[in-house]
Design a protein around this ligand. Structure first.
Ligand code: C2O
Ligand code: CU
Ligand code: CU
Length: 498
């Protein structure tokens, strides 16, 4: 009796596990035709005020979005019901963004990848109350790049981004304007905001599966809020500005026919020269600009492939590493306009090379916290000196994937596990994937301004991990200024704009 019931239980558990294992692998490859025209986020209107400041308006609001014909999904967006307009400014320009929060809860708007004063950063200390406004302003002083903006409320970032609050912030500079790169927005220069979603009836699901320790994983992807999107293109060379705006999922983008493409830019802007590759891996928050050559009349799918560096077999299966997605179909017109060849040299990197570093710091990534500490709004973890370069060593031996994002700076990856970084990590970065078993060394330069009272964040950009506490705070101080006190009483509750 006992023996047979033990056997029955074991068999039931085995069957359940087999089902979980099989069910965990997600693929949308070749499943459905891609027949929806890709939405292109509008470029935000702006005005220039008396002192030359370019002024944008963003309104955070709730709405409904028809992702599927006839089904209205409750969503959030900036100036619309889902996602936000593309902001665009030039290096040297003063910008101001007038934000109003028409949601019924407090949130923030963070400028991911932007070098700017800590008070303007939009991290968890710059909350905007429901009905409140906030008008950060700064001078753009960094190279041309594909940056983005999204909320950053402490403990609620995943939910706010997933509801639809995200948009691109493109920077241009003199050099990028002169280079013969595809640069007609929405024509041969396409924004590609990739998010994975799952629908629970009409609603967007946001819950994490039982064995998913990376956070929410969807069972399909959208680009710019469009399911199964296609885009008709008319030029030989198409530039894709890829943003992984998913909360937890990492992608490895490429094309099914194995064609190579040119990587021209990473998070913080142009590489020194184009790098030819067949795959580019992006963890949450990372960007890559690639240029792909089209043949007249063809249809080619941008696809995300399984990823071998996602940990052990268990982690790969339940963390999304085995998954694959058809992402965006490019349909080339029967006749294509010729594009100029890509220039041999692109950007002039401004990231530090680590020489003259005044200080090394170590960051150990664990789901429970960074360096054994969970995020505390009232604690400043690190104090750096304005005008100095540091080398940060970031290590993950936690068994699951993490990444590492630092506010305010673009850094250079010096080493990955003791070796020179691959081309995909050779450009300016603000977020770097750190799979299990990986140690990266980064060179960062902090140019200020100093503000001992307002911290910037560094964190894992798998938003579930960030919300759980995989985040720390640093302040930039003047040389000789005493470091900020470790306990920062003024910051416990943050500062809310009303
Ligand atoms: Cu994309 Cu701290 O954020
Ligand atoms: Cu950021
Ligand atoms: Cu993480």
């Amino acid at each position: 009796m006992l023996g047979s019931s033990v056997t029955a239980v074991a068999m039931a558990v085995g069957a359940l596990f087999a089902w979980l294992w099989t069910d965990a692998k997600v693929s949308t490859v070749g499943k459905e035709p891609f027949g929806n025209a890709l939405a292109i986020p509008p470029q935000a209107e702006s005005s220039v005020d008396k002192d030359g400041t370019r002024v944008f308006d963003l309104r955070m609001r709730a709405g409904e979005t028809e992702f599927r014909a006839g089904v209205k999904t409750p969503t959030w967006g900036f100036n619309g019901s889902y996602l936000g307009p593309t902001l665009r400014a030039r290096r040297g320009e003063k910008v101001r963004v007038r934000i109003s929060n028409a949601l019924d809860e407090a949130s923030t708007v963070h400028w991911h990848g932007m070098h700017l004063p800590a008070r303007m950063d939009g991290g968890p200390h710059q909350m905007i109350a429901p009905g409140g406004t906030w008008s950060p302003h700064w001078t753009v002083d960094q190279p041309a790049a594909t940056l983005w903006y999204h909320p950053h409320p402490h403990g609620g970032t995943a939910r706010h981004v997933q509801r639809g609050l995200a948009g691109l912030f493109l920077l241009d500079d003199e050099r990028s304007g002169r280079l013969p790169l595809p640069k007609r927005y929405g024509v041969d220069d396409l924004p590609v905001i990739v998010q994975d979603v799952r629908f629970d009836g009409a609603r967007l699901a946001g819950d994490r599966g039982m064995l998913q320790n990376v956070g929410f994983l969807g069972d399909r992807t959208m680009v710019n809020g469009t399911l199964r999107p296609f885009r008709q293109v008319h030029d030989e060379l198409i530039r894709l500005r890829l943003l992984n705006a998913s909360t937890a999922r990492t992608y490895a983008f490429g094309f099914p026919d194995g064609r190579s493409f040119s990587l021209i830019a990473t998070d913080g802007g142009l590489l020194e020269r184009p790098a030819s590759m067949e795959r580019v891996q992006l963890s949450p928050g990372e960007r890559a600009e690639i240029v792909v050559r089209m043949r007249a009349g063809e249809r080619v799918m941008l696809r995300s492939f399984p990823q071998g560096n996602y940990g052990d077999g268990w982690q790969r299966r339940f963390g999304g590493g085995d998954d694959s997605f058809d992402v965006l179909e490019l349909r080339a017109a029967a006749r294509l306009r010729p594009s100029p060849a890509l220039p041999a040299t692109l950007g002039k990197p401004e990231t530090p090379d680590g020489k003259g570093s005044v200080r090394g710091r170590h960051f150990d990534l664990k789901r429970s916290g960074i360096n054994g500490r969970s995020m505390d709004m009232g604690r400043v973890d690190e104090t750096v000196t304005r005008g100095t370069t540091e080398v940060w060593t970031v290590r993950n031996s936690n068994g699951m994937p993490h990444n590492f994002h630092v506010h305010d700076v673009q850094f250079r990856v010096l080493e990955v596990n003791g070796s020179a970084p691959p081309p995909a990590l050779s450009g300016p970065k603000d977020t770097v994937f750190v799979p299990h078993g990986t140690t990266v060394r980064l060179a960062l330069r902090f140019t200020g301004p100093a503000d001992p009272d307002t911290p910037y964040m560094y964190h894992c950009h798998l938003l579930y991990h960030e919300d759980e506490g995989m985040m720390g705070q640093f302040v930039v101080t003047e040389k000789g200024e005493p470091g900020a006190p470790r306990e920062h009483p003024g910051h416990g509750a943050g500062h809310t704009h009303r």
